[in-house]
Design a protein around this ligand. Structure first.
Ligand code: CIR
Length: 257
């Protein structure tokens, strides 16, 4: 059977203006514009051949567009996380239901926490950011859940940003785009590293999918670096979602199905 890429997304909540914020000051979010940007993001995934399952908005859950944090989808199972921010924990229920047709589900029970935005999978290793949202107890529970499937789980120190994937994301199978101020590149020995342009601290979050990188239009200088290294980049305007401290990986869960 041919396996295609599937992405779970969720419509922008009308209450996104009340989102969690850690490193950013609150600015008004134009919800109509955010929804329009989100539609373009979904279209971009579809144009890359990804089958998009777009869940309805959750009016009472401001951050629920950022589905990445609610689950870690592996080839064998999907781990439903226990997000670090209590306000975000109810988001997991509907994400679990959306994943149920595709994977056997495992649920984190706590006391530890992990946000999916902290989990960077490189082949059979899950690198988990020790951020304000994910902790050592969460890593211990994740280990118990995924080690039986041959995965290694390791904690990575991050500082200055929300999640590990604010600081480092894959842009090719062997290449990481990194903000070296927020994460230590020596933690990723053996990987090719592309550093962001220092004038664009938020530029390390890129979504590598189907051989291309979906990338915020705002980071032109870093985009140039990626293209110079032979990476195919497709840009999206994600400026309203960025005000909610979200970026391109956060808005989808992409997996083979
Ligand atoms: C939060 O603080 O939880 C949201 N406002 C932003 C979450 C972004 N998610 C991600 O980077 N994976």
């Amino acid at each position: 059977m041919e396996r295609t890429l599937t992405a779970i997304t969720r419509q922008v909540s009308p209450s996104i203006g009340r989102c969690e914020l850690t490193h950013l000051e609150r600015k008004p979010i134009d919800t109509a514009r955010a929804a329009e940007q989100h539609r373009s993001y979904e279209q971009c995934l579809a144009d890359l051949g990804v089958y998009v399952v777009s869940l309805p908005a959750e009016p009472g859950l401001p951050d629920s567009v950022f589905v990445e944090d609610a689950a870690v989808v592996l080839d064998e199972i999907a781990v439903i996380t226990r997000p670090g921010a209590p306000s975000r924990r109810p988001e997991t229920r509907s994400v679990a239901e959306a994943l149920r047709p595709y994977r056997k589900l495992c649920f984190m029970e706590g006391p530890g926490c992990i946000d999916g935005g902290d989990v960077l999978r490189i082949r059979k290793t899950l690198h988990v950011g020790l951020s304000g949202r994910s902790d050592t107890d969460g890593i211990a529970e994740m280990k118990n859940l995924v080690e039986p499937f041959g995965y290694t789980v390791r904690g990575i120190n991050v500082a200055g940003c929300l999640h590990l994937k604010s600081a480092a994301t894959l842009v090719a199978p062997d290449t990481l785009l990194v903000n070296g101020h927020w994460v230590d590149v020596r933690d990723f020995a053996g990987m090719r590293i592309i550093e962001i342009d220092p004038a664009e601290p938020y530029a390390a979050n890129a979504l590598y999918v189907a051989g291309s990188v979906i990338y915020p239009a705002a980071f032109a200088a870093t985009r140039e670096r990626l293209e110079r290294e032979g990476i195919r980049v497709v840009t999206v305007d994600a400026s309203e979602l960025a005000k909610a401290e979200g970026a391109v990986t956060c808005c989808s869960l992409v997996f083979e199905a």
